[in-house]
Structures are given as C-alpha cells and as structure tokens.
Design a protein around this ligand. Sequence first.
Ligand code: SF4
Length: 336
Amino acid sequence: MDEVWVRERVRKGFTPGDLRAILEAGDDDFRVICREAVRVRDAHFPREAYLRAVIEFSNRCRCSCLYCGMRLGNRGAEGYELDADEIVETAATARKNGIGTFFLQAAESTTYEAGWLTDVISRISSLGMEVILCVGFHGVEELDAWRRAGAGKFILKHETSDPELFSRMKPGFLLQDRIAMLRTLRERGYGVGSGTLLGLPGQTIDSLVGDLLLMKELAVEMSSVSIFMPAAGTPLEHQPPGDPELGLRFVAAMRLFLGNTLIPATSTFQRLLPDGQLRCFQAGANVITVNMTPPRLRDEYTLYTDRFYVGLAHARETIARAGLTESSEGGLSWRR
Ligand code: SF4
C-alpha cells in the first residue's frame, strides 16, 4: 500500500475490500495512510481543530445496554440530573474560556420535560454558542422545538451496523429504528452525527466496514469512534477493552472514505494509549471535547469505568502538538 494506492481510491472511491485493507494495515502502511488522511482533512478544512465543551446533565437511563454502567438497574449507579441554572452557568464559563460549541449530553432519561430542555437550549444559544444534542430517542415535536430553540446538530451513534449484535447489546432496540431516527434528524434540519463503538464482543472487521458504509450512506456531518471499555457492574465487565490501534485505523478510514466530516479525538484513545488523542489528530481527526460535567458528578456518568476526563489545558496542548489552530465549528459553512 502506498500513497498512489490511497490517492486513487480517494479519487475514485473505496470498495469494502479497500476499507478492510485499511483497517488491517500493518504499521508501515498505516504511516502512509495517516499522512494521506491528514492530507484529505487539510483539503476539506482549514488547519484547525474544533473545540467543544460537553456537560453530561442526566445519567438516569431507561435502557439496559450490556456495555454501559448507567444501564437500568446497574448496581451502585447513583442517579443525578443537573438543574438548568448550573448547566447554563457552565456553558457561560465555557464561553468565557473561548469555547464556542456546547454539547448537551444525557442518557436516555425520561425524567426531564422537553420544554425544560427547550429553555436550556435557548438560554445557551443566547450566549452566542452553537448547541449540539446527544440525548437519545425523541419524537419529531421535541426535535422541532429544540431545533427552533437553537440546537443545530444532533448526535445519535448507531454503535454497530450489525443488526443482530445491535439488538444483543441494546436489548429491546432495533438498528433499523436508530437509522430511521438519523434520517428524521436530517429531515428536521439538524446536522447529523453517528458513530461506532469499536471492540464489542462478537464484532467483526466486516461489521466495522459496514459501519463506514452506513455512515457514508447517511451522509453524516459528524462521525466518531469510541473504543469499548468495560464498565463495572455490567454483563461485559470482564471483557477486554477494544483495540485502540484498530480504532486509529478506523479514524483514518473515516477521514479517507467520508472526506469532510467532523471527527472527534475521543477520550477512550487517551485512556488506552500514550498520546492517544494526539494520534487521532495524526490519523485525520479534527475535534476535541472538554468535559465540563461538574467533578462531583462526573464519576457517575459511567459509560465505562475509570474514564479519562479531557481538561481544557490538555485539549489545547494536544491541538498545539498536532500543529493545528484552535477554532470553533460554528463558523464552518459546509454541509454534506
Ligand atoms: S449506552 Fe446510553 S442508552 Fe445505553 S444504557 Fe448507557 S446511557 Fe443508556
């Protein structure tokens, strides 16, 4: 595999076999792939990294995903919800620190009203911030109200494109419903994000190729990969974590295959690899998210155990070491 091989496919398109070859690349080939992934990123975006702040405002969940510490009935999980004032004050702090995008994340909670979230979005929007939502399944009335209040983007990760694995990992839910909601989000005017959880027990390289094909088909504006990490008290607590080196190949494959999506350097890479998030940027990522969940609560948002919390200084240092300039994605006018 050399740069001619990669460039020809960037120009003419990748077959599933080509994507598989990227995911299975050895170290020498992967160095070439990373160089080309950065070249593709630089062709679509300025040499910038987009900084976000996230607050995880509720960890109460109605779902029982096998891999998640917040699953319904997990032993030891403490339920919390933040109040609106604390969320908005946190957004204002992010704004003062030069962060232009605020990301509201919650489990699939049924404990807050849609109107309450509408008010929170509108207050944050009036600070001059872009608002991204990642709050699970909701109907079109709520989606429309949140869009009108100022939320411009919505992330709903498909996690895995393998329908059988999806239903095994997320009992009671179907992949096809998630895909339908991703299409609905697009119809309702949101910029749409999806993503893969890499390393789930039973996941195959072919199903990861399927993830890339699905994100291409959905024409997502934001694509991501997180590495599976076991969470205490779950049915998967004794499973090994996913392979972050494979995850880096997935980052590069997203950049080469999807072209102009926003791709975050997710925190699981930093937990599993020295300079893991820097290496994501070197594989074509261009977003990093600072965790602003209040420290007294963030250990309760147990997507996995022993999380790495991205602080502002670490994010800025990583951006600088990647040779990029910090910026805000709100200024981007691109659309897929
Ligand atoms: S992954 Fe999300 S939906 Fe599933 S149990 Fe955890 S918080 Fe709930």
